[in-house]
Structures are given as C-alpha cells and as structure tokens.
Write a protein that binds this ligand. Structure first.
Ligand SMILES: [Zn+2]
Length: 259
C-alpha cells in the first residue's frame, strides 16, 4: 500500500500538494473592467449566529451595497433579517456560503481554525449545493458566487466548486478578522483600502465592534469619493499571496490544528 502511495506521488506530485495545502484566496476587482476610479467591493459573511441590524441600517442609510455570503443555517434562523436584505435588491446581493459552514477542505480529520472539513468530495458538493438551494429559496434566484467557511480552500475543492459553475469569492482586505477586532482597528484597515480592494467582514455578530468600525471606515472612504460595487457586476483578478501565508495555512491544517 505504501509503495502504491509513493509511486502515485511520484507520478502526480500535485496530489501531495492537494492533500496538504489549503490556501486563503486573495483577489481584487479587475479595474480594467470597472468604470470610474476609487472603487471597492464590500462583502459580508453571515456564517451562523444572528443579525447585525446596526450595520445593515448604516449601509441602507448610506446607500452602500454589499455582497452577502449567507449559509443555509443563517438564512433559516434569521428570516426577518433575510427579508430586510431581500427588500433592497440593489443594495444587497445574497450569495452562497454553504449549508452548514463547513470549510472547503477534503479529507477525514481535516480542520480549519478548529472547524471540521468535508470527509470526501460528495460532502463538499452537498455543502455547496444545499447552501445554493437555500439562497434560491430566500431570493428567488440562483447564487453565482461561492465563499467557503473560513475562506480557505484545498486546490481540489477550488477546482470542483468551479466545475459546479460557481465563481469563488476571495478578498484582499480582512476588515474585522472574524468580528474580533476593535472599532478603531476595523476603521484603520478600511481607511488603508485602495481602489480595487475586496473587503471582507461579518454581519452575524451584533455584539462585536464590526458595525461601529465599518461605519467609521466606510464613511471616510465615501467622503474621499470612493464608490462601492457588488461582486455580481464585476470581474476579479488574483491578488498575490505571500509565501509565508501559504506555509501558515498548511500549518493550520494538520488534523490536530486548533486556532
Ligand atoms: Zn463564515
């Protein structure tokens, strides 16, 4: 058995990479496709938990659009909040964040930040497609973008999700580090954004400082003439991933890793 595995790895070194490395997908807007200057895209994850009403109220008042990545779990538990989002189709585009917030890594025992991945490919496909069905039930239209839980992916999972017909949403600015940052830290990260950046933050943690920090940072960008776009209207290009981050990702993905 060991010999078969070894010869497989010699014949196909990509297999070894696929089984060990999950990467954070970094992307920016393709500015050659965007009209105007100083454009950023705000994306908000709704993983599980509840609804940050202050954040959404701010976005509606300031007419700032956001692409929302919602799980089936979140949509089913937050029907009233979902209705607020779907009542503003020009501002909020709801896309697929999976059924149960399972990271897009494949293999028994694989974890990202302590969250279990998929034991096999079939489970990954169910996570993606059952999430999509929930989005379609809520919005009336099929999602076209997918973002996996934790935003880290096995290369094999990336290829498979794309083969299912989805575009995979990365980011370039981690605005709230999973809703763990102070308001001033969130505002500082947004203040440093450049045209073409894709911001990621969370709208499912109302007790966090995310809403306050986003309100501060996004107001400043607006005052400097920035406009905001939805991913559905744009093309994206890969952003450079520093090598040290790749190594960091691999370290997080050992079967016993907790973060
Ligand atoms: Zn999430």
């Amino acid at each position: 058995m060991r010999r078969i595995l070894l010869s497989l790895l010699v014949m196909c070194p990509a297999l070894a990479v696929a089984s060990e490395h999950a990467v954070e997908l970094h992307q920016r807007l393709d500015l050659s496709e965007v009209a105007g200057q100083n454009v950023v895209a705000l994306t908000l994850d709704a993983c599980s938990g509840t609804f940050d009403a202050d954040l959404v109220r701010f976005l509606i008042e300031h007419r700032i659009p956001a692409t929302v990545f919602a799980t089936r779990r979140w949509l089913e538990r937050n029907a009233e909040a979902t209705a607020i989002l779907t009542a503003q189709p020009d501002l909020f585009d709801i896309e697929d964040h999976g059924a149960n917030h399972v990271p897009a890594v494949i293999g028994v025992g694989r974890r990202v930040y302590g969250i279990a991945g998929n034991p096999d490919l079939e489970h990954l496909r169910q996570e993606v497609s059952q999430g999509a069905q929930a989005v379609e039930r809520a919005t009336g239209s099929k999602p076209r973008w997918y973002r996996g839980a934790t935003a880290r992916y096995d290369p094999q999972a990336l290829g498979d999700i794309e083969a299912m017909g989805y575009r995979i949403a990365g980011f370039s600015v981690n605005a709230d580090a999973g809703a763990t940052l102070s308001a001033s830290a969130v505002a500082a990260r947004i203040r440093a954004a450049r045209s073409g950046d894709i911001l990621i933050a969370h709208m499912n943690r109302p007790r966090s400082a995310t809403a306050e920090g986003l309100a501060q940072g996004l107001s400043e960008l607006q005052a400097r003439g920035y406009t905001f776009v939805l991913l559905r209207d744009e093309s994206v290009v890969p952003d450079r991933i520093p090598r040290r981050r790749l190594r960091h990702a691999a370290a997080l993905l050992s079967p016993n890793a907790q973060a």
